[in-house]
Write a protein that binds this ligand. Sequence first.
Ligand SMILES: NC(=O)c1ccc[n+]([C@@H]2O[C@H](COP(=O)([O-])OP(=O)(O)OC[C@H]3O[C@@H](n4cnc5c(N)ncnc54)[C@H](OP(=O)(O)O)[C@@H]3O)[C@@H](O)[C@H]2O)c1
Length: 246
Amino acid sequence: MLSGKTAVITGCSRGIGRAILEGYAENGADIFAVVRKEDNSFSLYCQELAKQHTVNIYPVAMDLSDEGQVKNKAREILSYKLPIDVLVNNAGAAFPLRMLAMTRMEDIKDSFQINFFSPLLLTQLLSKNMMRQRSGSIIFLSSSAAYDGGANIEYSAGKAAVIGAVRRLAVELGMYGIRVNAIAPGLTDTDMGNGMSQADQAAALSMNIMHRKGKPREIADAAVFLGSEMSSFITGQTIRVDGGLR
Ligand SMILES: NC(=O)c1ccc[n+]([C@@H]2O[C@H](COP(=O)([O-])OP(=O)(O)OC[C@H]3O[C@@H](n4cnc5c(N)ncnc54)[C@H](OP(=O)(O)O)[C@@H]3O)[C@@H](O)[C@H]2O)c1
């Protein structure tokens, strides 16, 4: 489904991002696999995965809390002179549930930096390449928390901001043949999902029609679909992959 395409995927070290990396490699994409820090074992893993699926995988280290790094590393990616066909803004961070009254404004800004500003900056930098080639697909990871407020103010609001940005970016970039969509997972079986308190997980599952957590691969499959030509007439959408929430 992705043969001949080059994708940039953030947050490939684990969880949903790792599943997207594997899904993209299996479907024939060449990949810039972004992780927070340089890591030899991750580089070796990428080599094996690339060999297994006869694709190219380039590990890139980029800390999304540092805008300077995002700019430098985006330049590094562009210096390969490859067309960037897909950007998956997957990396994200959540902190334990607490009320606004207990939250420092600094924490809200830090969360927005990782979950909203840096993905937007990366989109700004890499979409220029897509605009020149007049095609591309940009995918953001939102969350069911954007709809139901099931997480901290900064996370719920940051993931809701993603949905608004997707609507606007789809309008701005559509004329260049670039599609922009988001995926909103429900509670998913990753470090982030499993890091929620047992009570919060139980509350999330009690509202879930399928009454279980999502598997990272089930979220990744939606990212494969949105990155591929199978979704060529879909833009500006947030697809909920959450087992159906009541
Ligand atoms: N799991 C869920 O229940 C759920 C539900 C809805 C939405 N989501 C969203 O889905 C996406 C993936 O979540 P996940 O469940 O796979 O989370 P995860 O298991 O916690 O993995 C988060 C990923 O983001 C990376 N990351 C975090 N902070 C970073 C930073 N400052 N710079 C660069 N990379 C950073 C992590 O890198 P390190 O390994 O270096 O920390 C890791 O690769 C996120 O956007 C999340 O908000 C998840």
